[in-house]
Ligand binder design. Structure first.
Ligand SMILES: O=C(O)CCC(=O)C(=O)O
Length: 286
């Protein structure tokens, strides 16, 4: 029988505990309805929303850089459909500073979406999280607020697959209902991982076991088979994790996560500027 795991821990696949993410494409022309849907579900799934050519350009850029640093070879690039002549064209900047990765996440449909969603000009946090997830790896259950909660409370995450990411390839899962777990939000959900005063117990993840949080607070884990062009958006207090990458054809999971907020609101100083301080000593609070 099929089973899904995160950090090797099984999900409960009963229909009330595990299901499919619902698409919000039908609401795309109605920002009020989109905001209402996030308030209800804690997330938005937009199928085929991003320009596939831009997504593929970002994928190609990343894979060529991975070939340069020796993590994949030419055969892998060819299997992924990357034209090897690109190897001489792709810039030498770091993964997160790539032109195509930036064009996808810091302009175009992405920014236009958030301008509409916030009903005012949006800004992106400059730091881009590039996930290169090998077989067997996964992300544990957490709220993003604990990593980036020093600025706007309206901050939202975009999770962008650069290749098709089916459940078996390490898809992201969100715990529907978790953005209303007030007790969890006022405890774990209010810490700052870089602040020793608030972060005494947690490394950042709440747990590696999706059942632990579900048994304590309820909710339904939802995920899907993601395709290139899909976009998943969620709030800072929407619990999420990833499924283990168990790709049968040994595909490395390539995804980006990036963050957006109203430009008029303060931004978390760890993730902005040309050279964000991130979790370095400069970010620590005692
Ligand atoms: O892609 C992953 O494994 C983690 C992504 C994540 O935690 C996020 O987008 O906030």
């Amino acid at each position: 029988m099929e089973h899904w795991t995160s950090c090797k821990n099984k999900f409960d696949l009963s229909p009330d505990k595990f299901g499919e993410l619902r698409s919000s494409n039908d609401l795309l022309t109605n920002p009020d309805a989109l905001r209402q849907r996030v308030a209800e579900d804690g997330y938005l799934l937009l199928r085929g929303f991003l320009d596939k050519n831009k997504v593929r350009a970002a994928r190609n850029e990343l894979l060529v850089k991975m070939e340069r640093n020796g993590s994949v070879d030419d055969d892998y690039l060819e299997r992924e459909g990357v034209d090897l002549s690109l190897k001489s064209e792709v810039n030498t900047k770091s993964f997160r500073e790539g032109d195509a990765v930036r064009a996808l996440t810091q302009g175009g449909e992405m920014m236009a979406f958030y301008d509409q969603f916030f009903a005012e000009p949006a800004r992106v946090l400059d730091f881009i999280w590039v996930r290169v997830v090998s077989i067997g790896a996964a992300t544990g259950c957490h709220f993003d607020w604990v990593y980036m909660g020093r600025g706007s409370k309206k901050l939202h995450t975009s999770w962008t697959p650069l290749i098709d990411v089916p459940k078996s390839g390490g898809a992201l899962a969100v715990l529907k209902g978790s953005h209303q777990f007030s007790e969890l939000i006022s405890t774990y959900g209010s810490i700052d991982v870089d602040d020793e005063r608030s972060n005494k117990k947690f490394g950042g993840w709440y747990t590696q076991d999706p059942l632990e949080v579900q048994n304590q607070f309820g909710g339904q884990w939802q995920t899907t088979d993601f395709e290139v062009g899909d976009l998943l958006i969620f709030s800072m207090h929407t619990m999420h994790c990833s499924l283990d990458n168990r790709s049968s054809d040994s595909r490395i999971r390539l995804t980006l996560d990036t963050r957006y907020q109203p430009a008029s609101e303060p931004a978390d100083e760890r993730w902005i500027g040309d050279n964000p301080i991130a979790h370095s000593p400069a970010a620590k609070r005692r």
